[in-house]
Design a protein around this ligand. Structure first.
Ligand SMILES: Nc1ncnc2c1ncn2[C@@H]1O[C@H](COP(=O)(O)OP(=O)(O)OP(=O)(O)O)[C@@H](O)[C@H]1O
Length: 265
């Protein structure tokens, strides 16, 4: 059974068709990235998978049942940590919303802190954390909800490139331990290839799945992976597909691996 199955998904807002027939499956334990032009509907797609929005047509199942709040855990683009709560109590929020008593929620959160590089910061406020630590806290909150599927919407978008690379390798490590099923939105082609088993490329709006690549590189992947010919070839393929959509032909993907260009309309 697929962890996530998306069939014929359509979503419009007013007269603006955003998703125009999206079909894909995610297997249990798979890491799939979704890339595509800004405004193509990636966050809209995640809202539908998270059960926070309803499609105009088509269907989404998570673990074989129709998408509904609480079936997949969504980490939104902004970390949304509450400044007045301690880091520990920010991490327990999802559990508390589910009805877990605060004490038990705190015990469970505390157990994650060492692996998430947050040990010793339980009583700190979010403002005392670095950008990478904030993202790890937001991810801890998402993971703690104990869902079968994690939806990460640009989890590292706000980080500098060094921290970002460290976080990517860290995410790979913690995820290999627990085999989460992950769907991740990113604007960074290199990040998508480094972390994923498969990368889906959305077209510009109205979005369809324009392209898909499998990433058959061994794990764990490391900084060295970034320069392997197979890695570079996949990166080049994805960058070319993305830029073709915008009428460009890419000859040197290493100079244009990011795609955070302005919305097309
Ligand atoms: N609730 C809503 N009401 C009206 N329009 C919406 C709503 N949600 C999304 N949209 C529109 O849908 C389109 C796609 O937005 P979405 O945020 O899904 O794109 P995205 O690919 O995630 O963008 P980015 O990469 O910039 O984060 C945009 O034109 C946006 O204005």
């Amino acid at each position: 059974m697929s962890a996530v199955a998306v069939t014929g998904l359509r979503r419009s807002f007013g007269g603006n068709t955003v998703l125009d027939g999206i079909d894909f499956d995610v297997a249990e334990g798979e890491f799939v990235s979704v890339i595509g032009p800004s405004g193509s509907g990636k966050s809209t797609l995640f809202g539908l998978i998270a059960g926070l929005d309803t499609p105009d047509a088509g269907a989404v199942t998570v673990g074989g049942a129709p998408a509904a709040p609480g079936r997949a855990a969504l980490m939104p683009q902004k970390d949304l940590l509450f400044p007045w709560r301690t880091v520990l109590d920010n991490c327990t929020l999802g559990l508390e919303v589910q009805g877990t008593p605060r004490r038990r929620a705190r015990d469970r959160a505390r157990q994650l802190f060492p692996a998430f590089g947050l040990a010793g910061f339980e009583q700190a406020r979010p403002s005392e954390l670095s950008g990478g630590m904030r993202q790890r806290a937001a991810l801890a909150r998402t993971v703690l909800q104990g869902r079968d599927v994690l939806l990460l919407d640009e989890p590292f978008g706000a980080l500098d490139s060094l921290t970002r690379t460290e976080m990517q390798l860290w995410l790979q490590e913690v995820r290999m331990r627990d085999r989460w099923t992950v769907l991740m939105i990113t604007h960074d082609v290199r990040e998508a290839v480094l972390l994923s088993d498969r990368v889906l490329v959305l077209s510009a709006r109205p979005a369809t799945i324009r392209h898909e690549v499998r990433v058959p590189l061994d794990r764990p992947r490391s900084l060295r992976t970034l320069t392997e010919p197979a890695f570079v070839a996949l990166e080049r393929e994805l960058v070319s597909v993305l830029h073709e959509d915008r009428g460009f032909t890419v000859t040197d993907p290493t100079r244009s691996a990011r795609i955070d260009s302005p919305p097309t309309s």
